[in-house]
Design a protein around this ligand. Structure first.
Ligand code: NAP
Length: 311
């Protein structure tokens, strides 16, 4: 019998319980799935989306894996009691949701919808038609589980796509770059820049005055990655000057974004409240079951977070 503890907000237990039980059955796993315990030393796996940041994880002395329900590992890695291996969530349902969000907002910037949304009554802006997708370059910073899916959809639709990541990607149907020079190259060409990077010491403040200066005049930014990727003062200054034509921002240094924050009040910024995508119980349950099965068979879990790289 495998003991699996589901540790998340109370409201999530009824959402996840049946999908997890069904997924364990499909995998032939003999699981005792519980949502609380007085014997943490008996727990083999933690399915985890903590309601609080200061859980004492040291009480789970025999844990084989923490399977996070979140894609972003940054909050979890702040827990000083974390010593066990942890896998981030890569969920087809979440990926589909992120593709929807990113592609929808790429199209919004591509069609320059705000040009018309902000027009005065009677302002008949008929002397402008959007360029075709082949005339627009979309850069995706972060070609991981989510960025790769978004890049493929944008490419298949007909945009010129450039991917950028820490390690060089090969075999993609679009150009990919890595490293500092690669970033310069990417930013210089892009009309629409999507940031789907994790929040790590290496990515913090990546979009700053220097990197914005490397961008094309009038580029647009879509950030569903993490607020920490952006130096807000630098982005606001660039928006004020028109260097950046618009931004769709889903994630922020402080969430909820305070009412007085200039992003709320900027005509060229669309704020969405960290809703780009979320883990879907039914599809994520299969990922949890697959990872538990792998570890039970002595294989390495999928999507392990590297404590050194912080993602
Ligand atoms: P992932 O699979 O780990 O991919 C991360 C990508 O970022 C990889 O391509 C990685 O490069 C690249 N990267 C990491 N550090 C880098 C660096 N220093 N320089 C250049 N590239 C770097 O993560 P994911 O599942 O795609 O998720 C990405 C992020 O999206 C999450 O961490 C989370 O912050 C965010 N997210 C937001 C929402 C929302 O609702 N707003 C929902 C889900 C996720 P390599 O490929 O070389 O490793």
């Amino acid at each position: 019998m495998i003991n699996v503890l589901f540790s998340a907000r109370a409201a999530q237990w009824p959402v996840y319980r049946t999908p997890l039980e069904s997924a364990f059955d499909r995998k032939g796993l003999d699981v005792n799935l519980i949502d609380h315990t007085d014997a943490p030393e008996t727990i083999d796996y933690l399915v985890y989306a903590p309601a609080r940041d200061d859980d004492d994880l040291s009480v789970y002395t025999n844990l084989k894996l923490i399977q996070s329900l979140w894609a972003g590992p940054d909050r979890l890695l702040k827990n000083k009691t974390l010593t066990q291996p942890m896998a981030r969530m890569v969920d087809p349902g979440m990926t589909q949701g992120m593709v929807d969000y990113v592609f929808g907002h790429i199209m919004r910037h591509h069609l320059e919808v705000d040009r018309f949304a902000n027009a005065k009554p009677g302002e008949w802006l008929m002397d402008w038609a959007p360029p075709l997708p082949a005339d627009r370059t979309v850069a995706i910073l972060g070609i991981g589980a989510l960025g790769m899916a978004c890049a493929r959809v944008a490419h298949d639709y007909g945009f010129k796509v450039i991917g950028w990541s820490r390690t060089q990607k090969e075999g993609t149907p679009f150009a990919c770059y890595a490293g500092e020079d690669g970033l310069k190259n990417t930013l210089a060409k892009a009309d629409i820049i999507v940031t789907l990077l994790p929040n790590t010491p290496a990515t913090e403040g990546l979009i700053n005055a220097d990197t914005i200066a490397q961008m094309k005049d009038g580029a647009a930014i879509i950030n569903p990655g993490r607020g920490q990727l952006i130096d807000d003062d630098a982005l606001l200054a660039a928006l004020d000057k028109g260097k950046i034509s618009g931004a769709t921002l889903d994630v922020f240094h402080t969430e909820p974004l305070p009412e007085q924050h200039p992003y709320w009040h900027h005509p060229n910024v669309l704020v969405t409240p960290h809703v780009a995508s979320e883990t879907r119980a039914v599809t994520a349950a299969d990922v949890v079951a697959e990872n538990i099965a792998r570890v039970e068979q002595g294989q390495e879990a999928l999507y392990l977070i590297d404590p050194a790289l912080k993602y």
